[in-house]
Design a protein around this ligand. Structure first.
Ligand SMILES: Cc1cc2nc3c(=O)[nH]c(=O)nc-3n(C[C@H](O)[C@H](O)[C@H](O)COP(=O)(O)OP(=O)(O)OC[C@H]3O[C@@H](n4cnc5c(N)ncnc54)[C@H](O)[C@@H]3O)c2cc1C
Length: 276
């Protein structure tokens, strides 16, 4: 019987919310605690670069579950960052909340945007997109922008470029690859996306990295690797993701899980949680 057993889910994104739901659906009748550091209920991120960014839909469309779901299923939502995981004692430490003792834990801490590490990358007007707050802030900035430079033509960069055009901004999309989405879709389909962007007025700068952002206080110019200088008052960076807590650090091999009793999808993501 599971009535006296506790499942702790660390990370309140889509995976965490679905893991809690699945545990209840599978018949776990003990305590389920979902610990997430973001405010509000668990949400999905895809609309943040599309409808929500453009202001076409309310943020409530992002919610993973309908209102009342967590109460109805007796899933406790705890808000706070998990800062320690003691596997021996089966206890997690949460910044700003009581420690939680568990029988089983699920680690679903996802990822966060990789940061640009070039001169000027800390200027105002440089945006990353991960959270609802990021999307709202970026939407406001794009609405009053003259020219938006998007660094990285993967999914997030391509979607933001398209949305920003729809919102009326002038947009330049910069990436070292020859066509957008090349790494995920290849040259042929990438060329289709390049044509689509061009038809809609997105200015493409393929084959280019970004070496510097310039401005006094706020970003004003983006310097490309071929020496060209692009004016921009908003810069959006979409250059991939890293495990949480590692953004901006040099890439290195992900820490491996050495405790054979612990199993988690994306096991390496546990690396940022200090073992107690
Ligand atoms: C703007 C945007 C658009 C996207 N569009 C699409 C799309 O169209 N299609 C698609 O398939 N995918 C899309 N994705 C990717 C998709 O959103 C991710 O694959 C998905 O969010 C992964 O879910 P997750 O729950 O594993 O991780 P996450 O969404 O990263 O959630 C992890 C959660 O854990 C929390 N957390 C991390 N560390 C701790 C800690 N120590 N303590 C407590 N909480 C912690 C984080 O704050 C976060 O809330 C998009 C992503 C973004 C950012």
């Amino acid at each position: 019987m599971s009535a006296d057993r506790t499942i702790a889910v660390i990370g309140g994104g889509l995976a965490g919310a679905k893991a809690a739901e699945a545990a209840r659906d599978a018949g776990h009748d003990g305590r389920i605690v979902l610990v997430g550091e973001e405010p509000g209920v668990p949400y999905e991120r895809p609309p943040l670069s599309k409808d929500v960014l453009r202001g076409d839909k309310d943020v409530s469309v992002t919610h993973v579950h309908p209102d009342g779901f967590y109460d109805d299923r007796s899933i406790e939502l705890v808000r706070g960052r998990v800062v320690g995981l003691d596997v021996e004692a089966r206890r997690i430490a949460v910044d700003g909340a009581e420690p939680i003792t568990f029988d089983s834990a699920v680690i679903a801490t996802g990822s966060e945007p990789r940061r640009l590490d070039i001169p000027g990358s800390d200027l105002d007007g440089v945006h990353y997109l991960r959270t609802i707050e990021d999307s709202e802030r970026l939407g406001t900035a794009i609405r009053s922008a003259g020219r938006v430079a998007v660094v990285g033509a993967g999914w997030i960069g391509s979607e933001v470029a398209a949305s920003a055009r729809q919102m009326g901004a002038e947009v330049v999309l910069i990436d070292p690859t020859p066509v957008p989405l090349q790494r995920v879709l290849g040259d042929t389909i990438g060329a289709v996306f390049a044509a689509l962007h061009s038809e809609h007025g997105v200015q493409l700068r393929p084959g280019n990295g970004v070496t510097e952002l310039r401005g006094s206080g706020s970003v004003e110019e983006v310097v490309l690797s071929d020496g060209r200088v692009e004016p921009a008052d908003v810069v959006v960076v979409g250059v991939g993701v890293t495990p949480p807590g590692r953004a901006g650090r040099r890439r290195r091999a992900a820490p491996r899980q050495r405790d054979p009793r612990r199993r988690a999808p994306g096991d390496q993501r546990a690396g940022h949680l200090r073992r107690g």
